[in-house]
Ligand binder design. Structure first.
Ligand SMILES: Cc1cc2nc3c(=O)[nH]c(=O)nc-3n(C[C@H](O)[C@H](O)[C@H](O)COP(=O)(O)OP(=O)(O)OC[C@H]3O[C@@H](n4cnc5c(N)ncnc54)[C@H](O)[C@@H]3O)c2cc1C
Length: 665
């Protein structure tokens, strides 16, 4: 099937308005006749479900947690971007569009990104109206901070809990509709297949995670807001439950999977502490506004810090290498995440790492504490030269801005980051790849839509900080509710979709057989054993740096691991009860297929772009080197084994932005 991105004609700035003016609408009375399934109630799915129900559609919403409030979105810390230009520092729709396309290393679709920048401002108004408590400045106006890859301050935030506050907003909007009976909420339900009838998505098969019951649900359209697949690496900053199953099942039913190899490795995470770990913790990017990243200049100092015979605070200023400020003077510590991550890896690989394993760099707030302290002393008319006073005042300011993050760090590492610099190291954080969608957010299966992190759409090869929340809410509140109407306008006379059909029979049978095969396998290795092994292959061979040889061996190893998994996995318990191991087995089975496609995609992409760094394609200075021939989206069609997947290319055309060498110097 040919890829049709359905980008509207006309000038970039008018495309979305013209499109909205022209697409078909479903009138309010007819919306009552239409059912929509929304799988996922994080920021993307939650905002979509609330808005679609508010419009009058009958929504059935699903999540695997015990409440929508526990979606992974709740973990988002730093903020959400919007081109409001409240700071008067030169922001605009075009600039946000430009930064996002450049940040994504010129691998995203212009029209989608422009629309995202355009609706970004509506998101803030919507959320403020819902009562989301965004941070405010002294005068009571909404405050902003800056994030990596931007030269303006456009990030709205609620301390280090922006995701939580936004999710409470979306959840309240959903609850209103649940109360009205317009949303039927299915908590603790996991979608395990999509049902396609006459080429259209018409339903899903779910498992009730508490009782084990397999259920059929039908609708006129299905929306997936099921999040990203970073946990293919086992260790990541994602919630433990985040998985690819819904997206992968959709892929197996005909939805193309785009750019699976584009993964974001975030520079500011708490370093790995040992083999026992199952989760990594993000230290929000907002910390790079004030924290300075460094390692010792002298190798002997680095060694002494590694074996704990020297305290970092004793290293003199001139013996510190603020490597981001040195290499990228214009953006300094606020270079995009891929650039910062690779720079940290480069220093650690050269032996300058600062923890026992040599895989950590410092994030230091001493300068910020001093700067803020002096400012406060001046404002209060106190002695700016009193070091103790300045220190106390400075810490108060830092606490006000990042207090909960500092507390979290101290709890995990047992060191006080106000007194000694934090240690950080890159970790898997976000997946830019995902289900391919057209301009209307429709997948290659008619009637099946994908929103939020589950789709591939707006971030190209690297996502800028604070842009995921923006995209998820743009999709859910402002884009999908329009575009899905165009599709559903053909369905106003269809009537309810029956679940008593051969397509539902076949999908349910598939799901039951898979579950039974796990339970009956009676192997001798746990699901986690395989997940950890997969994660190691992914991190070592498909991680921050990739090369042909490693990728080829990753493909072999993942395929062999998958065979071993099906032979030897042990899933205790039964299918008709709460069985977390069973749920995990299904998710890891899908990761084992996705992982191979991921490596294949990385192998085929013979260039470096954003989060995808192929060692063979780099500049003399070690920066990523794009290649014009690869200015396309890879959209993979399922064809049996991952190795047989068929590649379709969506060429990316840039008419409104000049494709330049990406530089943050
Ligand atoms: C630690 C951390 C901090 C972050 N901070 C920021 C930030 O400051 N700013 C920013 O812009 N971005 C941030 N991000 C990224 C951002 O949080 C995510 O990209 C975004 O929240 C994803 O939202 P979503 O709605 O697409 O998916 P999610 O929030 O992951 O929700 C997925 C939903 O799908 C459901 N689901 C999944 N599979 C199934 C299934 N098979 N059946 C039923 N339900 C299913 C889940 O139950 C859940 O409801 C951060 C990410 C992390 C990890």
């Amino acid at each position: 099937m040919a890829l049709k991105s359905n980008i509207p004609e006309g000038p970039l700035a008018d495309k979305w308005t013209n499109h909205k003016n022209k697409i078909n609408l479903v009138n309010p009375a007819n919306k009552r006749l239409i059912d929509i399934i929304v799988v996922g109630t994080g920021l993307a799915g939650g905002s979509a479900a609330a808005t679609l129900a508010e419009l009058g559609y009958n929504v059935k919403a699903f999540c695997f947690q015990d409440s929508p409030r526990r979606a992974h979105s709740i973990a988002a810390q730093g903020g959400i971007n919007a081109a409001k230009n409240y700071q008067g520092d030169g922001d605009s729709t075009y600039r946000l569009f430009y930064d996002t396309v450049k940040g994504g290393d010129y691998r995203s679709r212009e029209a989608n990104v422009y629309r995202l920048a355009e609706v970004s401002t509506n998101i803030i108004d919507q959320c403020v109206a819902q009562g989301v408590p965004f941070a405010r400045d002294y005068g009571g106006l909404l405050d902003n901070r800056s994030f990596g890859g931007d030269l303006v301050s456009r990030t709205f935030y609620a301390k280090g809990q922006t995701g939580q506050q936004l999710l409470l907003g979306a959840y309240s909007a959903m609850n209103r509709q649940i109360g009205r009976g317009k949303i039927k909420m299915y908590n603790r339900h996991e979608m395990l297949d999509i049902v396609i009838v006459d080429g259209k998505a018409r339903g899903i098969i779910t498992r009730n995670l508490i009782s084990g019951e397999i259920e059929r649900h039908s609708a006129h359209a299905v929306v997936l807001g099921t999040g990203g697949y970073g946990n293919v690496f086992y260790l990541s900053t994602n919630a433990m439950g985040s998985n690819v199953t819904a997206a992968w099942k959709a892929h197996k039913r005909g939805a193309y999977f785009a750019n699976p190899c584009y993964t974001q490795i975030h520079p500011t995470c708490i370093p790995v502490s040992g083999d026992h770990q199952s989760k990594l913790t993000l230290m929000s990017e907002s910390l790079r506004n004030d924290g300075r990243i460094w390692v010792p200049k002298k190798i002997e100092d680095a060694k002494a810090i590694q074996n704990k015979s020297l305290k970092p605070t004793l290293i003199k200023e001139e013996d510190r290498d603020y490597f981001l400020e040195r290499r990228y003077p214009a953006f300094g510590n606020l270079v995009p995440r891929d650039v910062a991550s690779r720079a940290a890896k480069e220093r650690c690989d050269a032996g300058f790492g600062v923890n026992a394993t040599g895989e950590a760099v410092f994030l230091d707030f001493a300068s910020a504490i001093k700067r803020y302290g002096k400012e406060q002393a001046y404002i209060k008319g106190l002695d700016e030269n009193d070091e103790n006073l300045v220190n106390t005042l400075g810490k108060e300011v830092v606490k006000g801005k990042y207090g909960n993050l500092f507390q979290m760090y101290e709890k995990i590492v047992d060191e006080n980051p106000y007194e000694t610099p934090m240690m950080i190291y890159p970790a898997v954080h976000y997946t830019m790849g995902g289900i391919w969608v057209d301009y209307n957010l429709q997948t290659s299966v008619p009637g099946l839509y994908a929103i939020g992190e589950a789709n591939f759409s707006d971030h190209g090869a690297n996502r800028l900080g604070a842009s995921a929340l923006m995209q998820g809410l743009a999709d859910g509140y402002f884009v999908l509710p329009y575009t899905i109407g165009n599709y559903l306008s053909d369905d106003i006379r269809t009537g309810p979709i029956s679940t008593d059909t051969k397509e539902f029979d076949e999908a349910e049978k598939n799901v039951r057989e898979k579950i039974d095969s796990f339970i009956n396998n009676k192997g001798n290795k746990s699901v986690d054993y395989f997940h950890k092994k997969l994660g190691k292959i992914m991190w070592n061979k498909c991680g921050m740096a990739r090369n042909k040889k490693d990728l080829e061996s990753a493909i072999e190893e993942i395929s062999a691991l998958r065979n071993d998994f099906y032979k030897n996995v042990l899933v205790p318990g039964s299918a008709d009860e709460f069985n977390e191991e069973l749920a995990k087995a299904g998710r890891v089975a899908d990761f084992l297929e996705l992982g191979e496609l991921f490596a294949k995609d990385a192998l085929v992409r013979e260039e470096s772009a954003g989060g995808h760094f192929r060692e063979e394609y780099q500049t003399k200075e070690g920066e990523a080197k794009r290649r014009k021939e690869f200015q396309f989206v890879s959209a993979w069609e399922f064809n049996g084994e991952p190795k047989d997947a068929i590649l379709h290319k969506e060429k990316l055309i840039y008419e409104n932005i000049e494709v330049k060498e990406r530089s943050y110097k």
